[in-house]
Ligand binder design. Structure first.
Ligand code: BES
Ligand code: MN
Ligand code: ZN
Length: 522
């Protein structure tokens, strides 16, 4: 699949399909209007008949529009013009790509990307178009003996920018979009790969390949080295499985100053979570192959950052193992000693994510990090709290939480700031050890985060609970690639700050103006 950036009139495009937007109340966008004029009102006639009202996400395919050079015109509903924002733009783009898939168009030119979305520039418009398009076209066919029939696939999509002077910005946005999409694809592929293939060793191999392809340093520790470091909590989870645990470390030095403090990402890499001796119920247990979604997102983000050559220093850490029951497995009531020296009474072996992460968080101290962000499919309780819409966001530093939330908002990969108050810490008390590994059902996502916070006191730290956002159940079952977009945006913002730039693009500003807009909308 190839992308192009172009500025030029829609009526002059000699291509299988031209995509233009229609606002609700049947108002034509500039590109639709140009096609309408050249065709002596063909488009407005169609619209007047009532088959396309401009409702967000609706589409109508027209063939052989008079006096145009294209075979087809795809009309895409944009919703109300005054309400056309980032979310609507992404939704319309997604609808266009889906509708295009129902045609035999191998090539298309989209004029949706030259629309204006409040607070966002051309670079962002193109980046988002590219990310949404590749996300929509994503398929995972690796394990089918015969690939699904999807009709003729889109080979080339040209994205329009308003002016020739916008071409350079557009190209920059495209490069960013391609890197983000490739990072998301890596994360999705890893998540979707079954647990009998995507093992700890497989994740380690993926990291090595990544480092070799893009120029980063990698180190992978096996059981003995993990043991020598004193990672007793991590090892305890791994001890029931027949696969060897791996501790993956990737280092990228992109900052002008190689000694600059790095940002550290930590990803939960449970390649299958059976629950261990506290065995999970059988129904839906297959989905626990996605329990390495944090690791996948961290590797995907790392790939994007290194490909984009962001001027930051970045470390990725992935503790990875299986959580399995066996005669050797960790048992409820066992007490383990973490790398930090703190003892943990394991009341439920299914609360294993925090056990492998706590040792990785302690290990992270050696990098003297500027900040550490861990990413984990940590709790079912987070899905109860936030559903599949927002990632749970926790931090010991409010400004870090704010930056992460803003980054997610910018790219439509949202996270919601949750509390880490002391009252919740009480719930982790154990009669026999420094702490228990569970805090009971109430506030389950919060107490899990509180557990991690105890191991992250040496630096600014944030935790993303992606249990609800890293994958989808149901008929569209599969990995989503989240929160790669949020993380890449956050790191891009950090790079911008390091370069002395003010953070580049439209941020949700909380000023009087904004409130006014909201009330003003009809
Ligand atoms: N990997 C799960 C969390 C999870 C559950 C992710 C469902 C996605 C969907 C985690 O290891 C786990 O089992 N957590 C337990 C914690 C409990 C025992 C305190 C949970 O959420 O039930
Ligand atoms: Mn579990
Ligand atoms: Zn788990």
């Amino acid at each position: 699949m190839e992308f192009n950036i172009k500025s030029g009139s829609p009526e002059k495009q000699r291509v299988a399909c031209v995509i233009v937007g229609i606002y609700e109340t049947r108002k034509l966008t500039l590109a639709a209007d140009l096609l309408d004029r050249i065709s002596n009102g063909f488009i407005s006639d169609v619209i007047r008949r009532g088959d396309m009202e401009g409702k967000l996400g609706s589409t109508l395919l027209l063939h052989s529009v008079p006096h145009t050079l294209c075979d087809r015109v795809l009309l895409v509903g944009l919703g109300k013009e005054r309400e056309f924002r980032a979310k609507e733009y992404r939704e319309a783009t997604r609808a266009a790509v889906r509708a295009l898939g129902q045609t035999a168009s191998g090539e298309a030119v989209s004029y949706l990307s030259e629309l204006t979305v409040k607070k966002h520039d051309v670079e962002w418009m193109i980046e988002q178009a590219c990310v949404v398009t590749l996300d929509t076209l994503y398929r995972f066919d690796t394990y089918r003996s015969k690939a699904d029939e999807h009709g003729r696939e889109l080979r080339k999509l040209t994205l329009a920018v308003p002016r020739r002077s916008d071409l350079a910005d557009g190209e920059r946005g495209l490069a960013r979009g391609l890197s983000i999409a490739a990072g998301m694809k890596l994360a999705k592929d890893l998540g979707n790969t079954p647990g009998n293939v995507c093992t700890p060793a497989y994740l380690a191999e993926t990291a090595r390949t990544l480092a070799a392809d893009f120029g980063a340093e990698t180190k992978v520790l096996g059981r003995e080295e993990i043991s020598a470091l004193g990672m007793g909590a991590f090892l305890a989870v791994a001890q029931g499985a027949d696969t060897e645990p791996q501790f993956i470390e990737l280092v990228y030095r992109g900052a002008a100053d190689a000694e600059e403090k790095p940002l550290v990402l930590v990803g939960k890499g449970i390649t299958f979570d059976s629950g261990g001796i506290s065995l999970k119920p059988g129904e839906g247990m297959d989905e626990m192959k996605y329990d390495m979604g944090g690791a996948a997102a961290v590797l995907g983000t790392f790939r994007a950052v290194v490909e984009m050559k962001l001027p930051i220093n970045l470390v990725a850490l992935v503790p990875t193992c299986e959580n399995m029951p066996s005669g050797r497995a960790l048992k409820p009531g066992d007490i383990v000693t973490s790398m930090a020296g703190k003892t943990i009474e394991v009341l439920n072996t299914d609360a294993e994510g925090r056990l492998i992460l706590c040792d990785a968080l302690t290990y992270a101290e050696r990098f003297e990090p500027a900040a550490v962000i861990d990413v984990a499919t940590l709790t079912g309780a987070c899905i109860i709290a936030l559903g599949h819409v927002a990632t749970g966001l926790y931090s010991n530093q409010d400004s870090l939480a704010r930056d992460l939330a803003a980054a997610g908002e910018e790219v439509g990969d949202r996270a919601w700031h949750m509390p880490l108050w002391d009252e919740y810490q009480e719930l982790l008390k154990s009669p026999f050890a420094d702490m228990a590994n569970i805090g009971g059902r109430p506030g389950g996502s919060i107490t899990a985060a509180c557990f991690l916070a105890r191991f992250a006191k040496a630096y600014d730290w944030a935790h993303l609970d992606i249990a609800g956002t890293a994958w989808k159940s149901g008929k569209d079952k599969g990995s989503t690639g989240r929160p790669v977009p949020l993380l890449v945006q956050f790191l891009q913002d950090r790079a911008d700050i390091a370069l002395g730039r003010t953070v580049r693009r439209g941020r949700p500003r909380r000023d009087a103006h904004d409130t006014h807009d909201v009330h003003d909308a009809d």
